[in-house]
Design a protein around this ligand. Structure first.
Ligand SMILES: [Zn+2]
Length: 678
């Protein structure tokens, strides 16, 4: 099982079908119900029939769902906000000025073309000035990349640093050092002997040569071969993928003095001083082999080879803000050869992505000012409170979990920090200068800003309120260290969540999604992190055994789902996510009942509150996809196809009542066959 310190989660949504007359349940799309189907025979097609008939897969894609619709709608809003800021000439120094000028400078192709490669001159001179191991180490330290996190497999420079709490001490931020330095995606790209990967390496070498040639660097062909050979040696030192993602193998505390003993080669004094962390004493080295191996290469390889490697990566790193010949060569390799994308996206898309990457929370402020008011945040917080209350009761009543483990689970739940919409405290960008007409300078200053922002945390107490996802991104992040989860404003929007809409569908849709994620902090993903996010198993062996016994029926239930005569779901492969779906649905239903405070919900569009709750749940999962995509999902994904996720309702007593399901209905399960677990 992969063990992550963080999970990036993307949700599925119901499509917006805003009705005009009050009372309104914006989320529960009664309009797409197919009333020719009995809810008890096929709840997914009953709930989504009208949508499934019209949901056409866009050409060139393999699937279409409401998540895709929402992502498109949100990116359109972000585009408008950024372009408005660029056109409006806002007050100098304001958030809008920085966002607008960053975008406008990136879009100014003529200005970028006119400058040629001259913006690189200063840094090229710094590379040329490297004469020995100390100055090489200092340059490598000065360019240390802090824009990595627990999910980064290969940092953009030879190492990346993630400033985060340690695996054992939840009070202090420490310096997590991660492997990096490869121009291709991972270790296997360099070491896999198959003809396909050998051909890819040849194409990468040609790409290195082409980039060097564009910068008028002599002997580009020879140099490219040598740079590739250096990267192959770096890759040989990288940890294999499975080890790189295993937290127990990542947790290697090093003291400052350990570096010269365990990883000779680099001048570590020069390196850490240039990185601005000369006084740092505590480190966690995630992949010791990479630090040892790369440091040895700093000691053993020709300084001139390192300088060529650095020149190539400098140009490559800045390709998006350099003349079009460089950007085109960059796309040719990374877009077409590596990712199979034939046509470069519109330049404005790249400009928006770059603005988001540099000024994420600045764009987030503009976004939430317009689309996610404080009332929305308050409403989402109320729902989260109900979900936590409901989950607390569920944990207390578990029969498979031992009393001592329950105590730990309840302590972890009490400590869990859930953020919704946007951060309580925004990043202050006042010290970041963004100047119109200076795309390269803006990029470098934003990188320097983010780097000092991250390194400054080393001197501060751990802040569980820190956001790892921008509000304008449609998604959520679970972080196990520290014990936090965040759900963005982009995610909490109609029809998934409507702060002015009806509780039934908010709880059935967004509520069940949030509760699904909460459950991951307590299941087999989260059971190795305690209330403070420290590493250590808190379930007993007996808890594990009983949990698996309780889950066996759910495996069998999903093994029985076969969308094609020769294709059935693999119940074991999707078990963890199915348990989370079930936990999410049960908890969200309890929370919905709590929110009613003893009252009966109103009838809307002929549907009771209970009916609308389950309808919204089933509508989250609507999706059309090609047979190839379905086969791939069943073969590789840990999530079941949406239709079967919707069938989670079969295990929930309240669904039987809401829709008067009887033993003659196809989806009916005998009470003994229904699964609870959480
Ligand atoms: Zn999940």
């Amino acid at each position: 099982m992969p063990l992550f310190t963080a999970l990036i989660v993307t949700f599925y949504f119901v499509v917006s079908l805003g009705a005009a007359a009050a009372p309104v349940d914006q989320n529960a799309g009664a309009q797409v119900i197919d009333r020719s189907i009995k809810p008890g025979d096929d709840f997914y097609r009953y709930a989504n029939g009208g949508w499934l008939r019209t949901g056409v897969i866009p050409s060139g894609q393999q699937s279409f769902d409401t998540r895709a619709i929402l992502a498109e709608k949100t990116s359109q809003r972000v585009r408008d906000l950024i372009q408005d800021a660029a056109a409006a000439q806002p007050v100098n120094g304001s958030i809008a000025q920085k966002v607008g000028d960053y975008y406008a400078s990136f879009m100014d192709k003529d200005g970028i073309e006119a400058k040629g490669l001259s913006p690189l001159a200063d840094e090229m001179a710094r590379i040329s000035a490297i004469t020995n191991k100390a100055s090489l180490s200092a340059y490598l330290g000065a360019t240390l990349n802090t824009e990595v996190d627990g999910l980064t497999a290969n940092a953009d420079h030879i190492f990346g640093v993630w400033v985060n709490q340690s695996f054992e001490d939840s009070e202090h931020y420490v310096f997590h050092l991660l492997q990096g330095g490869l121009g291709m995606p991972d270790r296997d790209s360099y070491l896999d002997p198959s003809p396909k990967m050998a051909a890819l390496r040849a194409q990468y070498q040609a790409h290195i040569a082409a980039i060097l040639k564009l910068a008028d660097i002599a002997n580009s062909e020879t140099m490219a071969a040598r740079i590739l050979s250096l990267e192959i040696r770096i890759a040989q030192a990288h940890a294999p993928d499975a080890d790189a993602a295993d937290v127990f193998k990542q947790n290697n505390p090093w003291k400052r003095a350990d570096f010269s003993v365990k990883a000779p080669g680099m001048d570590w004094d020069a390196y850490f001083t240039a990185a601005g962390v000369a006084g740092q004493s505590e480190f966690i080295v995630w992949q010791p082999s990479a630090v040892t191996g790369t440091s040895a290469l700093v000691g053993s390889e020709d300084i001139d080879l390192w300088k060529d490697y650095l020149r190539f990566h400098l140009i490559e790193h800045a390709a998006s803000v350099l003349p079009k010949a460089v950007a085109a060569e960059d796309f040719d390799f990374y877009g077409t050869i590596l990712s199979g994308t034939q046509q470069a996206p519109e330049h404005s898309k790249a400009a928006i992505a770059a603005t988001n990457a540099a000024l994420g929370q600045a764009v987030g402020q503009l976004y939430t000012q317009r689309y996610f008011p404080p009332e929305a945040k308050a409403k989402a917080q109320d729902m989260v409170r109900d979900l936590i209350t409901a989950y607390r009761a569920r944990i207390s009543n578990l029969t498979w979990m031992s009393p001592q483990t329950k105590e730990k689970a309840l302590a972890k739940l009490a400590a869990l920090k859930i953020g919704v919409g946007y951060p309580d405290k925004w990043i202050d960008y006042s010290t970041l200068d963004v100047m119109r007409g200076d795309a390269f300078g803006n990029m470098r200053r934003a990188e320097a800003f983010n780097r000092s922002y991250n390194l400054a945390k080393l001197r501060q107490p751990v802040d569980p309120g820190e956001w790892r996802i921008d509000p304008q991104i449609v998604g959520a992040v679970i972080v196990f260290t520290p014990n936090t989860e965040t759900f963005s404003a982009g995610l909490l929007q109609p029809p998934f969540f409507d702060f002015q809409g009806a509780a039934a569908s908010n709880y059935g849709s967004a509520g069940a999604g949030i509760a699904h994620e909460i459950s991951h902090s307590f299941d087999e993903l989260g059971n190795i992190y305690d209330a403070q996010g420290r590493l250590g198993m808190w379930w007993t062996a007996e808890d594990v055994a009983k949990y698996h016994a309780a889950a066996a029926k759910l495996v069998a239930q999903f093994d029985g789902y076969c969308p094609l005569p020769d294709l059935c779901v693999n119940g074991k492969q999707v078990l963890g996510e199915n348990i989370a779906d079930l936990a999410g649905l049960l908890t969200a239903h309890d929370a919905y009942v709590l929110s009613l405070k003893g009252k009966t919900d109103v009838v809307i569009d002929g549907l009771t509150g209970e009916q609308r709750f389950f309808l919204a749940f089933a509508q989250r999962w609507r999706k059309t996809q090609s047979e190839a995509a379905l086969r791939k999902q069943i073969a590789t994904d840990t999530h079941s196809p949406g239709e079967y996720r919707s069938d989670t309702v079969r295990n929930v007593e309240a669904w039987y009542k809401a829709y008067e399901i009887t033993p003659g209905d196809r989806l009916f399960l005998k009470p003994d066959d229904r699964v609870g677990i959480w």
